[in-house]
Design a protein around this ligand. Structure first.
Ligand SMILES: Nc1ncnc2c1ncn2[C@@H]1O[C@H](COP(=O)(O)OP(=O)(O)OP(=O)(O)O)[C@@H](O)[C@H]1O
Length: 262
């Protein structure tokens, strides 16, 4: 999976808020077609890293190359062309409450791809079907939906412009275990069908075991390790030990084993 060239290449990255240093000398790659899980303790800087990669925050040092281009050296126009190749699902879904689902998903197509409203809403209904929502959901408003449906709708919006890379911040947070498991399966199906590369910030051990090809652990202000689960689990670090060898990880591992045998 990581034999090819990285789609995203981060080197020597630093992010600081005043005297508070969140990242120093952070290196990380995202390879084509992989689902990379990003984990770390609360406050270790997972969301700041995601925001920096997608250009919402300017890093204090280091380089981020995306599709072979250095983000910091791009003109505004080139940068926004590049940003159209990302889809982002923020932690709280971030749908517009005054728009129904098909309008929410159509909006990026109207704004960025200059589609006419009718065509955009037609394509939006296809995206909503792609993420497993019923036809009737297209005319519903976010307030009328369950948490799981909101996540799916937010995913449909992240897919609106047919991105190559998907950034997901805690996509299963707040979902019940069944909703979370079906979201994980959806993610795998979409990755396989669309060839997406996925940068996935999560605390959810079940998601890590069932969907991720590699896992990056953020600790000590950098990426401590980024590798396959079997390698990461055996890294000699107190956070890694507590996280991957605690009772919750054992339960997730057993569930995953049973699921694979089924
Ligand atoms: N705009 C900001 N101003 C000041 N400090 C910030 C800002 N954004 C983030 N931080 C700090 O950066 C650190 C990393 O925050 P971040 O949200 O990336 O952590 P996280 O790993 O995503 O945590 P969690 O798992 O709890 O969501 C925290 O100490 C946070 O307080």
């Amino acid at each position: 999976m990581n034999g090819g060239q990285a789609l995203i290449r981060i080197r020597d990255l630093a992010n600081r808020f005043g005297h508070h240093s969140v990242h120093e000398h952070l290196d990380l790659d995202l390879y084509p077609g992989e689902i990379l899980g990003v984990v770390g303790g609360s406050g270790s800087g997972k969301s700041v890293l995601l925001r920096t990669i997608i250009g919402l925050r300017r890093p204090d040092a280091g380089s981020i190359e995306i599709f072979g281009e250095d983000l910091r050296r791009l003109s505004g126009q080139r940068r926004s062309q590049l940003e159209r190749r990302f889809g982002v699902l923020f932690q709280r879904g971030a749908l517009f409450s005054s728009l129904n689902l098909q309008e929410n998903v159509a909006l990026p197509m109207i704004e960025h791809a200059r589609l006419k409203r009718r065509a955009a809403e037609f394509l939006a209904r296809i995206k909503l079907a792609l993420v497993g929502l019923p036809v009737s959901a297209a005319l519903q408003y976010p307030a009328e939906l369950s948490g799981g449906m909101i996540k799916r709708a937010a995913l449909a919006r992240a897919l609106a412009l047919d991105p190559e890379v998907l950034f997901l911040d805690e996509p299963t947070a707040g979902l019940d275990p069944i909703g979370a498991a079906s979201f994980d399966q959806l993610l795998l199906t979409l990755r396989n069908a669309l060839g997406l590369s996925v940068f996935l910030v999560t605390h959810d051990l079940d998601t890590l075991y069932s969907t991720c090809d590699r896992i990056a652990v953020l600790a000590k202000r950098r990426v401590l390790v980024a590798d396959r689960l079997e390698v990461v689990e055996n890294v000699d670090d107190s956070w890694v030990r507590d996280y991957f060898h605690g009772p919750r990880a054992r339960a997730a591992r057993n569930r995953h084993r049973l699921w694979k045998e089924d």
